[in-house]
Design a protein around this ligand. Structure first.
Ligand SMILES: [Zn+2]
Ligand SMILES: [Zn+2]
Length: 272
């Protein structure tokens, strides 16, 4: 059974109002045994995008850790809590993230791409600037590729095909259309010992599949990839473990037997 949620936001994230304690209580009620709090940290978030988004996707880690530590103590009999973060890849953020990871006792960090060429594909401006959906998708995937070639200090690659969640008129694709990008991305993950995240928010957005799509998860396995983490990308307690039954069935169908949790950046698998 799927019993870990390793992608969760709380009110420390610009785009969430969920108190950390409510998130933990709901996770316990759902029967989850292991969760990681992974609030957004997007270093060097572009100012004009921050205006549209209502914040700059940074938080005070000291204060965050303080709240987390107290709750971990309070609920330690009920659930295993892991200290995580979702770091947005940025060309000039590597030193900042490396330093952060050295300074604070994170168990797990998701590396994910939200900002490309100082624009956020969540907003129309990105697509207007790229000229077409096809160009915007390719630019995103090539930026992800260059990010993971350069930056190696993350545990799991978050929502690898996120761009198809927001691309206008292009929510579905065949693996063959983007095989060059995805093959290279997946091979780098495997060589570097990184996990691929299965993000169930795809179901929440009505895609009918997680991010990345089953074709990517299938190919990762074919190439020898075993490390997967699963998370709902919840921004509210009711989104925790979103469509986990569907996700579990899909993973089993694809032949995955284990899902991984991370403690002190080390993967531990459990049988699903
Ligand atoms: Zn994200
Ligand atoms: Zn997220």
């Amino acid at each position: 059974m799927l019993r870990s949620d390793f992608h969760i936001h709380t009110s420390f994230s610009t785009d969430s109002n969920a108190p950390m304690e409510d998130v933990i209580k709901r996770s316990i009620a759902l029967g989850l045994t292991d969760i990681a709090i992974t609030d957004h940290m997007d270093y060097d978030f572009p100012e004009d995008v921050a205006k549209d988004a209502g914040g700059n996707f940074m938080f005070d880690v000291k204060e965050h850790l303080n709240v987390f530590t107290k709750l971990k103590e309070k609920f330690h009999r009920d659930i295993n809590l892991f200290y995580g973060i979702e770091m947005g890849f940025m060309d000039n953020a590597d030193d900042f993230y490396n330093n952060l990871l050295k300074t604070y006792p994170f168990d797990f960090n998701i590396g994910s791409l939200h900002i490309v060429d100082d624009m956020d594909p969540y907003f129309q401006k990105y697509w207007d600037n790229m000229g077409s959906a096809a160009a915007g998708i390719e630019r995103y995937l090539s930026q992800m590729l260059s990010s993971i070639k350069r930056f190696k200090n993350y545990d799991s690659l978050g929502h690898a095909d996120y761009i198809f969640r927001v691309a206008p008129g292009k929510k579905e694709y065949e693996y063959s259309e983007y095989a060059d990008y995805f093959d290279e991305i997946l091979k780098i993950l495997i060589t570097d010992g990184k996990a691929l995240e299965v993000n169930t928010a795809g179901y929440k957005y009505g895609l009918g599949v997680p991010n990345p799509r089953p074709c990517v998860l299938k190919r990762y396995k074919e190439l020898g990839g075993e490390l997967i983490t699963v998370g709902s990308d919840a921004h509210a307690p009711e989104q925790l473990a979103y469509d986990y039954k569907k996700c579990e069935a899909l993973l089993k169908e694809l032949g995955y037997k284990y899902v991984f949790i991370y403690k002190d950046h080390k993967p531990e698998g459990y049988t699903i």
